[in-house]
Design a binder for this molecule. Sequence first.
Ligand SMILES: *Cc1c(COP(=O)(O)O)cnc(C)c1O
Length: 407
Amino acid sequence: MDKIDKLAKFNPEQAMFEGSRKVFGEFGGVNSCIHPSSTFTTMDPEIMSQMFSGDLSDDGCYLYGRHFHPNALNLGMQMAAMENTEIAYPVASGMAAITTLIRQVIKGGGDIVASSNVYGGTYAYLRNLAPLEGGRVTFVNSNDTQDILDTVSFMTNLVIFEMHSNPALNVANLKELKQELPDHVKIMVDNTFTPLMYTPANLGADYVVHSGTKFINGMSDGTSGFICCSHDMLQDLMDLNSGQLMLSGPVLDARSCWQVQQYMQTLPIRMREHSLRAHEISDALASTNKFKIIYPGLETHPGHEDAKLQAHADFRYGGILAIDLETYDNARRYVKLMQDSKWGLNAVSLGYYHTLMSISGSSTSSEIEPDVQEASQLSPGLVRVSVGFLGDIDQQVDAFYENLLKI
Ligand SMILES: *Cc1c(COP(=O)(O)O)cnc(C)c1O
């Protein structure tokens, strides 16, 4: 099979099943053990000195918990298999993944082109902190290929965007962008909204990051994040003298790695259910013809074809939709109606088994200035919905539909 064919046939669900190591627990437990050690012995001091000089990085040789540990390796291998990258490294939050990777790439002075339609924390970091660290950041008001290409220059080192922009759900055409972008520009994609649906590394991303706090965790009981990259990049990140992972220390601890890995086993079945319900709810809401319903699975969505071309069909169009209720007051009423009827929680974050709803402009995207929000078509009445999968699906669809008719 040639490379293109292989990529087209790549199935992330099967890959994460095959690619994770089945490590049995002590006494033959079907679950692996948690290895909560901050330090590790070596049988011969010579091995330790080789590790410090960077000669040994084989599995089985551990030095210190901040550097790497067995549960981080297991979880990282499973994530790398899913994302089809050489390796992945679990960290304490999505922001830790994003900032650590950016710092390593720009090394105190790089040119970044970033979509402003990204997670509010990513935007705030790029706008307020990256410049203090030598980053020259130019924002684009979309994740559209032509807009990004128009902004990239011969100086640009790194382009940053999300496959489905947050919260407006514009769909990036990564495949097309990769073909057009000059070779010196690296692409970093935040795939938090769309795990399993897209495999950005197959479409041309050099680095893939995740907030593991969202769908990957699925229980909203802890924060985590992932950097998915090449072996060479991870070696740089873990370098004892100059690696951002080693020296700023965001590694996810052993107990959390173990727990996230338990949850990851059900990610494929959860994602299918999130997506199925989000699609049905979007169809029902769109049929009212009352407000703009934003969901990449709708044929009226401008990114529908791009999504279809790039996604793994089995996972449809993701578990997130947005409803533009035009005014903040409408949005507040709808969220309250949904919460009072027990079908939605007014809370930030996403990927939980219960439906989470937030009014983006005044919550998770409030870091983004009003004029930038307007240019990015982020209306004050935009309600972002992370569709949960509790309860009877028909009653759930009805609740969304009936409550919208009341607005
Ligand atoms: C939540 C989120 C982040 C940040 O992740 P944390 O785990 O909260 O640090 C980054 N990107 C996207 C798209 C997110 O939704």
